[in-house]
Design a protein around this ligand. Structure first.
Ligand SMILES: [Zn+2]
Ligand SMILES: [Zn+2]
Length: 258
């Protein structure tokens, strides 16, 4: 399984900027987890193959350029862009984003081949299929309805915390997996900003360490994501001070493989 955290922007030479302002993971060039930078950072080849988008929650950093993605592809789509999310998140996307005011109700529009965008609801706790992947969503502890994800292609299993503060059920489901190859876990704020992390329901490095004690698996790669760009260096430094094996900050643009 190949997973890439799309860059949010590019430096003058064209290389990926390290700061993660937006969240969009691309899996095997076919499926994305969230869609923050989907409309601005996919390669031309990925734009031809990515048709399934799992939206963990409707915060802007996770959906920012999704409307632009569908718009850009409007005329050439031979199958719809499929938005997989909980019924609640779909309701919010319809109400606040694809509402004919902020952007068109793409789910009601067609090109010469048919629908251009389709909502596919899933239920937390029930495994569902997205392209070649088996996915289980688990409600996590964020300020809007949000799910974490356990995703398997039959060989490799990975887990995404999405945005969350301390959480329980997510770890129970992750622990049920036979093996875990990689964990993508958020670390938004430095320890000194614990209050803000608490109010906005995110993790600090200390909270991340305590969350990991709920995990039964060993040896997987742990990739910290969602470091707020303004505090990136501080958070990265605190993460390295935790001295946890295989824990690193995920690099934008790099293709990781398990
Ligand atoms: Zn969020
Ligand atoms: Zn976020």
């Amino acid at each position: 399984m190949q997973i890439q955290l799309l860059p949010s922007s590019f430096d003058a030479g064209g290389s990926a900027n390290a700061a993660q302002r937006l969240t969009c993971f691309v899996i095997d060039d076919r499926v994305t987890v969230d869609a923050g930078s989907i409309g601005i950072a996919l390669t031309d080849s990925q734009r031809r193959t990515v048709r399934d988008v799992i939206v963990t929650h409707p915060h802007m950093d996770h959906i920012a350029s999704l409307p632009i993605y569908v718009d850009d592809l409007f005329g050439e789509l031979e199958q719809p862009v499929r938005i997989h999310a909980t019924a609640k998140v779909i309701e919010l996307l319809k109400l606040d984003v694809f509402n004919d005011t902020v952007y068109p109700k793409f789910d009601e529009l067609k090109n010469e081949h048919g629908s251009v965008m389709e909502y596919l609801p899933f239920e937390p706790g029930k495994e569902f299929r997205v392209a070649h992947l088996n996915v289980t969503a688990i409600t996590v502890n964020h300020i809007v309805p949000t799910v974490g994800l356990v995703i398997s292609d039959g060989k490799t299993t990975v887990a995404f915390s999405s945005d969350t503060a301390e959480t329980e059920e997510f770890w129970k489901v992750v622990n049920r997996a036979q093996q875990l190859h990689a964990l993508f876990i958020e670390a938004s704020f430095p320890d000194s900003m614990q209050k803000l992390a608490h109010a906005s329901k995110h993790l600090t490095p200390s909270m991340l360490r305590s969350e990991l004690t709920k995990l039964n698996h060993n040896g997987m790669d742990i990739l910290a994501v969602h470091l707020k760009p303004a505090f990136r260096e501080k958070v990265a430094q605190e993460l390295s001070q935790l001295q946890i094996d295989n824990l690193s900050v995920m690099e934008t643009g790099r293709i990781y493989e398990w």
